[in-house]
Design a protein around this ligand. Structure first.
Ligand SMILES: Cc1cc2nc3c(=O)[nH]c(=O)nc-3n(C[C@H](O)[C@H](O)[C@H](O)COP(=O)(O)OP(=O)(O)OC[C@H]3O[C@@H](n4cnc5c(N)ncnc54)[C@H](O)[C@@H]3O)c2cc1C
Length: 378
């Protein structure tokens, strides 16, 4: 049983955490407030085995596994999932075609069943706690619990977490072209595996705003025979032109000035010389900007690309901190982000269990030592 799990439980469907002042939606077996410490001038602190930051697919999936492992868990979410602009979510087995918000609503309902607290708030920063008291009074000779983390929410509320999972996703840096943001997720797309099927056999464009545009155009031919690469600022090498020609992708030279829509639907790409290339959907390569300030604020190491370094379970270089989903992997789709969250949760639960076994062993040895009158090693 979890160290932070309170013995008393209440049956409720929603509550406001008095201590944090934030709304925490819980399931029908929601727990009462765990033993509280004192926050830095903000009053008592809610104590959790794990705090998950981000309630996208990665964070909710981690919370589901941890809730079912009888851990006391909070998920804090700022409500800005990456795929929100899209009308439908694709490629998630069993949920293909649902609105992205529907998947998250189901996930929230599922984690709430296991008493996970869902807190709608933004985490401002996380600090490694100095020396947190264990959630239950420990016998004098027991080894101290790992200090854990102080999770500070916007507006002042503070949570204590023995372990942290950061699943904050990424932001898509889009090229600055008039009309582009308006169509983002609708007919301005980036991933053919997410939305290629929906625009199959249509006149498609690829905007040459990024070196990835050539590969994107070559790939897109799989979905449509009418693919045009609009060169824009891209300097195409002769080899690129040859590969594009071989694959049946036309190249249109010219600088893009705006995307043209008619009645809310994309109809073309206007060039600086006044030409309009008729297109029903265009693909761009956004710049992925990981929301990783919490991780680097804690001191987690970076990999060679500057992203947070993790092992296969999402464990970072800092003991007790995991990073999963798009914050650690720009290639993660919804289903793989969910898988990464589950893998991290299992690793985290093992880590907690090992700590608990160590403490229990120390307690047992201390008791035996006292009973036999032997000196207890310091
Ligand atoms: C337009 C578009 C369409 C897409 N369509 C598909 C598709 O059809 N199929 C597919 O598989 N993939 C799709 N994707 C990719 C998909 O969005 C990601 O794979 C997925 O969102 C990654 O999940 P995640 O949990 O890592 O991050 P997210 O879903 O982005 O969730 C992160 C959450 O963390 C929260 N957060 C961030 N910082 C904080 C903080 N400091 N405190 C509290 N909360 C915080 C955010 O508000 C957000 O709710 C699409 C992407 C885009 C841009």
């Amino acid at each position: 049983m979890s160290e932070a799990t309170d013995t008393a439980r209440t049956r409720t469907t929603a509550r406001t955490t008095a201590k944090t002042g934030t709304t925490a939606r819980t399931g029908t077996t929601a727990r009462t407030t765990a033993p509280a410490g004192t926050g830095p001038g903000t009053g008592p602190v809610e104590r959790y085995d794990a705090v998950v930051v981000g309630a996208g697919a990665a964070g909710l999936s981690a919370a589901l596994v941890l809730g079912r492992a009888r851990r006391r868990v909070a998920v804090v979410d700022a409500g800005e999932p990456r795929n929100a602009p899209a009308a439908q979510l694709h490629g998630y087995l069993s949920r293909d075609g649902v609105p992205p918000s529907a998947l998250l609503a189901i996930g929230r309902e599922e984690v709430a069943r296991y008493g996970v607290d869902l807190i709608d708030a933004r985490v401002e920063h996380i600090e490694a706690a100095e020396a947190a008291a264990p959630a239950e009074p420990a016998p004098p000779a027991a080894a101290p619990a790992a200090p854990g983390f102080t999770v500070c929410l916007a507006g002042g509320p503070v949570l204590h977490a023995r372990r942290v999972i950061v699943a904050t996703g990424l932001r898509d840096g889009l090229p600055e072209l008039p009309g582009l943001v308006e169509g983002w997720g609708r007919d301005v797309l980036h991933c053919p595996y997410c939305h290629g099927w929906e625009v199959r056999d249509r006149p498609l464009g690829v905007l040459g705003t990024h070196p990835m545009a050539v590969d994107q155009a070559l790939l897109l031919r799989q979905w449509s025979a009418d693919v045009v690469l609009i060169a824009h600022t891209l300097a195409l090498a002769e080899g690129d032109r040859e590969r594009l020609a071989a694959r049946g992708v036309r190249v249109v030279e010219g600088r893009i000035v705006r995307l043209v829509s008619d009645d809310g639907r994309l109809c073309g790409v206007e060039l600086a010389d006044g030409r309009v290339v008729p297109r029903e959907a265009v693909f761009v390569a956004p710049q992925p900007v990981p929301r990783d300030t919490l991780l680097f604020g804690l001191g987690c190491a970076r990999d060679d690309n500057g992203w947070v370094a993790t092992d296969r379970t999402g464990r970072t270089s800092l003991s007790g901190v995991w990073a999963v989903g798009n914050v650690a992997d720009p290639r993660a789709q919804v289903v793989t982000a969910a898988g990464a969250g589950a893998a991290a949760a299992i690793a985290l639960d093992h880590d907690l269990a090992q700590e608990e076994v160590g403490r229990a062993l120390d307690t047992l040895r201390a008791r035996r030592g006292r009973a036999s009158g032997a000196a207890v090693p310091a």
